[in-house]
Design a protein around this ligand. Structure first.
Ligand SMILES: Nc1ncnc2c1ncn2[C@@H]1O[C@H](COP(=O)(O)OP(=O)(O)O)[C@@H](O)[C@H]1O
Length: 189
């Protein structure tokens, strides 16, 4: 599937604003991918489809989580966290994309996790730093993306955890695991 075909499919699933965000994530992800040995075509597809399930009705997403035997604990957390895992299986069933690397990057793009692949990291961090993002601390992360993608992902996880805890919101544990994984290493290099 080429870029134009993929964009046409997701455009129908998203609002105009979310579609524009998706295009910026694609451009950012490809920019980052240019610095690494990674399959650029897969990065492009993962970025284009990362929010594919974003606007499905929560009841529909709930059905997918149950029927596809996705982790049941997702249902205890905010619906915002469902579209990554659900989107990763929806693109296989509805669009015919069955590539584990692409599906993994879509699955984990919101929370991150420990042991992310390079492709997982690129999509996770491109979603965080795309030029439309304005949250506190994003500039520091942007500055690090090309220099040290692991530290950039770690900082994004730390910022998200701090933000959610500041609002006394629950934090899905995989983001803590990403945070913990990196804290034990030398993060200055
Ligand atoms: N570990 C987590 N636990 C709970 N909420 C989280 C976690 N990680 C991210 N979030 C929240 O999920 C939402 C993701 O939104 P956003 O990144 O805008 O969506 P998208 O991933 O579709 O681009 C944000 O409100 C963010 O704070």
């Amino acid at each position: 599937m080429n870029r134009a075909e993929a964009l046409k499919i997701v455009e129908r699933q998203l609002t105009k604003k979310r579609y524009e965000h998706t295009v910026r994530v694609m451009e950012t992800a490809l920019d980052i991918a240019g610095h690494y040995q990674v399959d650029r075509q897969k990065v492009e597809l993962a970025a284009i489809f990362h929010d594919y399930a974003k606007y499905r009705h929560p009841e529909e997403m709930k059905r997918w989580i149950i029927q596809e035997k996705l982790p049941h604990d997702l249902l205890e957390y905010h619906q915002e966290l469902w579209h990554g895992p659900v989107g990763s299986v929806m693109i296989e069933r509805e669009v015919g994309i069955s590539d584990p690397e692409i599906q993994s990057a879509i699955y984990w793009h919101t929370t991150g996790k420990r042991n992310m692949t390079l492709m997982d990291k690129i999509i996770f961090i491109a979603d965080y730093v795309e030029p439309g993002r304005e949250f506190a601390g994003v500039e520091e992360v942007r500055g690090l993306v090309f220099e040290n993608i692991d530290r950039a992902c770690w900082l994004a996880a730390r910022n998200t955890i701090q933000f959610l805890m500041g609002k006394e919101q629950p934090v899905y544990p995989d983001t803590f695991q990403l945070y913990n994984e990196k804290i034990g290493r030398n993060m200055n290099g």
